[in-house]
Design a protein around this ligand. Structure first.
Ligand code: HEM
Length: 482
């Protein structure tokens, strides 16, 4: 058994430690992690050690095999407190377990497949708004489409027009999250949370109660810059009011609407163990799904278009498939009909994983890669580090959708592909995303050609997700053959 001291250290990139201050620093860290031979390496944030599992086996242990010994790192909860509250992405323990059980049936392939036609219709509406010669930013366009799809599926509302208050409020809140992602104030806040938790655990009686209540209060990110900004407060208020309004409306109508919000309101645990959700819980879940359900997919789609523009042969294959898919309504979802678009979308998420890191903290002593880690150790599983490992993906920088042919995929370790994470906290929206990506790609490719400068190298920007910096500028062209 090795010891903590034996774990190789990676060099700092700045005063703060492993993450540095800029996007370039953080991306460099990911690329460096992909090249490590050791199963796990050590970095730091300020004085705090951070461990990065680099081998697929170690990543799999953290996320899957030994998931019970981990929780999400508290930083995620602090950052998303005002936006997603105790929603599925941020909650832990019993709340998370009950909610996951209640919501899982809603996200199984059969109920999700019902949204295929909504996805086609929303995309066709976006395509209808284009004309030959129009200059667009494909990242903006895919965000509008993905937000509309999730808005329609979840709330049965129209967010297509970006003036919609809900969409704008979410964007404002996401900008704030992004501004604070790597802020020293967040680290300080997490340290304070930690200290109150430790004192509460070590004391009894009134002192314990006092520190427990302080701990609950510091769950809100009051230390972070801009948290009292009237624009952010107004955005959260709009979200609260609009969603409560929709809940009330559905109740008045007798919970008969065919949308996910109604299904959240009527969800019941088949075993009767978990009660149904309170309005507050439904609000938190609704915002969580709205945010998690569009930002990621939109980003992956924008990168897909960029990669296709740089790979004309792949573009031709995707177009031919889109043409064969045809224009008729999707009455039954048949993924094999968009098999190539699916491979393109998967490969885009390998090269540009929308969520680059899954931060975790140990709840107890746990052994990973032959080393015992004490409770409260921070581990960051990087999807980038897995996706750029030459051992799993020869010539890892190359865009090659055929890496996702079933026989080639079967040769790789399961944890070498982590865009949706893995284990109990894996993405609940995976079926939604894996249907939406190919449908949007195919429908847009079928109707228009997008002229993107093939020489232009677009870099990553780590917003809430890994977005293309400066967007994906394109000129819309009518396809001569359609
Ligand atoms: C390409 C699209 C998507 C990507 C890359 C993605 C990625 C992820 C990842 C990496 C996680 C886990 C984070 C962690 O383990 O720390 C996650 C969780 C989650 N995702 Fe997605 N996601 C996508 C689409 C969606 C969609 C469409 C929805 C909903 C409609 C959704 C809802 C959620 C929720 C609710 C969770 C929290 C699950 C839990 O902790 O139990 N995601 N997603």
């Amino acid at each position: 058994m090795g010891s903590l001291a034996d774990i190789p250290r990676i060099p700092d990139v700045g005063l703060l430690g492993s993450f540095g201050l800029t996007t370039a620093d953080r991306l460099q860290l990911q690329r460096d992690l992909a090249k490590q031979d050791a199963p796990i390496v050590r970095g730091r944030i300020l004085h705090m050690p951070v461990y990065f599992p680099c081998s697929p086996e170690a990543a799999h242990d953290v996320l899957v095999t030994k998931a019970k010994s981990f929780e999400k790192s508290p930083g995620v909860r602090v950052l998303l407190h005002n936006l997603a509250g105790q929603g599925l992405f941020t909650s832990e323990g019993t709340i998370w377990k009950n909610q996951r059980k209640l919501m899982s049936p809603l996200f199984q392939p059969a109920p999700i497949h019902k949204y295929a036609e909504t996805m086609r219709l929303v995309t066709d509406r976006a395509a209808a708004g284009m004309h030959d010669g129009k200059r667009i930013d494909l990242a903006r366009e895919t965000t509008r489409i993905a937000m509309s799809i999730v808005g329609k599926a979840l709330f049965d509302v129209d967010t297509f027009d970006e003036a919609d208050a809900l969409g704008q409020a979410l964007t404002t809140a996401l900008h704030w999250v992004n501004d604070n992602l790597a802020s020293p104030s967040l680290v300080a806040h997490v340290m304070m949370l930690d200290a109150t938790e430790t004192i509460a655990a070590k004391t009894r009686g009134r002192v314990k109660a006092l520190f427990e209540s302080v701990h609950d209060r510091v769950a809100a990110p009051f230390l972070l810059p801009g948290v009292r900004d009237p624009k952010l407060l107004a955005a959260v208020k709009i979200l609260d009011e609009r969603i409560q309004g929709m809940i009330d409306e559905r109740r008045r109508q007798g919970l008969t609407r065919d949308d996910l919000l109604t299904r959240l309101l009527t969800a019941r645990d088949p075993d009767g163990v978990a009660a149904h959700m309170s309005d507050r819980q439904v609000r938190d879940e609704a915002v969580t799904i709205f945010v998690a359900g569009h930002e990621t997919t939109a980003t992956a789609l924008a990168w897909s278009f960029y990669l296709l523009a740089r790979n004309p042969e792949a573009l031709e294959r995707a177009r031919a498939e889109a043409d064969a898919f045809g224009d008729e309504p999707i009455t039954k979802w048949q993924p094999e009909r968009l098999a190539y678009a699916t491979r393109v979308f998967r490969e885009a998420m390998r090269l540009y994983a929308p969520i680059m890191m899954m931060p975790r903290r140990t709840l107890e002593e746990v052994e990973i890669a032959g080393v015992v880690f004490p409770a409260k150790s921070i581990m960051m599983v990087s999807s980038y580090a897995q996706h750029y490992r030459a051992e799993s993906y020869p010539d890892p920088e190359r865009f090659d959708p055929d890496r996702w042919l079933p026989q080639r995929e079967a040769e790789r370790h399961r944890a070498s592909y982590l865009p949706f994470s893995a284990g109990p906290r894996f993405c609940i929206g995976i079926h939604f995303a894996m249907m939406e990506g190919p449908i949007v790609l195919a429908r847009l490719l079928r109707q228009w050609s997008f002229e993107i400068d093939p020489e232009r190298v677009i870099e990553e920007d780590d917003f809430a997700t890994v977005r293309p910096r400066g967007g994906v500028p394109a000129i819309v062209r009518r396809r001569p053959d359609v």
